[in-house]
Design a protein around this ligand. Structure first.
Ligand SMILES: [Zn+2]
Length: 407
């Protein structure tokens, strides 16, 4: 049984999440990618809700949707709230849209209560956080922050269309939408995408930092051989070396508080049951609140893997795929957000975000803060992703309290 106070906009948020969850590029599952038909329909739907709420709306050519609740003070600064409206393939309905719809509902409550704000309140739905279409995340927020590069413009989607053409011409890279200092901050509500809040029995938490993340490919190369005729002592088995490496990753990661490291993908060549593996490629993903800890652990893994490869007469290499620095949330905004959370529940746990968010990009333009909302079993990027309506209600109250106190 769900019970909402009669004035509570949380029920509307739940209904709208359901509506957006039906708008997809693929039948039967939820998939909305950068500048797709479904994204245009979703933007038009949210735009209609924004206009009903009295917001001025703009959609830029990068597909970012921005609604403004204008302050009577024309020279006022701006508080930016929101999240992304794109999804992964076969997504749940909460990752992204929850933050946009909570921000919109907060505006509706403020207007209903005739709150006059000393700042403009912008609600943004970023067009690309997940990076599905061009395999490059954050295209929406990068456009807003003026951080799209000439390299980005030449990215191509699966159909071969260059990004520059998809956005209607590559002449001129977008300038930042907000001048330096114009934004008071960027505040995003998002599902936790992890199990910590659920384990703590709490609906809400605040984010201290978005983790540094490094992704590598580790490659062990040995020698293929017949499974029946090659004695154990003469083998150069790349797969047994790789298995030792996987255990090493788990052990070394466990020695640094808060660090997580994962081997989630493995490719064995020739991958035949009666042939000793010649070559094994493994993914390595390492994350921590401090970039230096990630670098230290990757460095140590590289050294120990080289030793184990030598011992097994294998060759070893570690190839960097991508890395991003840790991004700290703004202490002052985060403290205010935590105080707003403490009005809804007994305490406000501080969490590290192991997943990346648009705040990574927005932090180049403004101080950022994030509110995490409990999701069932920590499950995300999955159709069974779920957030309890009561938790949405608490998140909305915390967000409205935060805005009112900031005002
Ligand atoms: Zn997300």
């Amino acid at each position: 049984m769900t019970f909402f106070h009669k004035d509570d906009r949380a029920g509307t948020v739940v209904d709208r999440l359901g509506r957006l969850g039906e708008i997809s590029d693929e039948p039967g599952v939820l998939t909305r990618t950068f500048l797709s038909d479904a994204m245009a329909i979703a933007n038009a739907q949210v735009e209609a809700w924004m206009r009903d709420a009295g917001l001025e709306v703009d959609i830029d050519r990068w597909g970012n949707l921005i609604g403004r609740l204008r302050s009577p003070q024309p020279s006022a600064r701006t508080l930016l709230l929101g999240s992304h409206l794109d999804t992964v393939r076969n997504a749940g309905r909460y990752d992204g849209p929850l933050g946009v719809l909570l921000a919109l509902a907060a505006c509706e409550e403020l207007r209903r209560d005739d709150v006059i704000l000393p700042f403009h309140l912008d609600v943004i739905g970023f067009s690309d956080e997940e990076g599905v279409r061009f395999h490059s995340a954050y295209l929406g927020s990068k456009a807003i922050a003026g951080l799209i590069t000439a390299e980005d413009i030449h990215l191509r989607d699966e159909g071969g269309a260059p990004l520059g053409e998809v956005v209607g011409g590559s002449e001129g890279l977008p300038h930042a939408r907000y001048a330096p200092g114009e934004l008071l901050g960027y505040v995003e509500a998002h599902i936790e995408q992890g199990p910590v809040l659920e384990a703590a029995g709490l609906a809400l938490g605040v984010v201290t930092a978005i983790a540094a993340q490094s992704r590598y490919t580790a490659i062990f190369t040995g020698l293929a051989g017949h499974a029946g005729t090659t004695p154990m002592n003469l083998r150069r088995d790349a797969l047994t070396g790789a298995s030792e490496f996987i255990s090493l990753v788990e052990r070394i990661a466990g020695e640094t508080e808060g660090l997580v490291a994962t081997v989630g993908q493995i490719k064995v060549e020739p991958n035949i049951s009666n042939v000793i593996a010649q070559k094994v490629s493994l993914s390595l993903d390492v994350r921590h609140a401090q970039s230096s800890s990630v670098a230290a652990v990757v460095g140590r893994l590289g050294q120990e893997a080289t030793l184990l490869a030598d011992r097994r007469r294998l060759s070893f290499s570690l190839v960097k795929i991508q890395s991003s620095e840790a991004v700290d949330c703004d202490p002052s905004l985060t403290t205010r957000l935590a105080q707003a959370v403490e009005k809804q529940q007994e305490r406000a746990p501080h969490l590290l975000s192991g997943a990346g968010h648009d705040g990574v990009i927005l932090s180049r333009l403004a101080p950022i803060a994030m509110l995490f909302v409990r999701c069932r079993a920590g499950l995300s990027h999955h159709p069974d992703e779920h957030v309890e309506p009561e938790d949405i209600s608490l998140a909305l109250r915390a967000l409205v309290t935060f805005i009112r106190e900031l005002a």
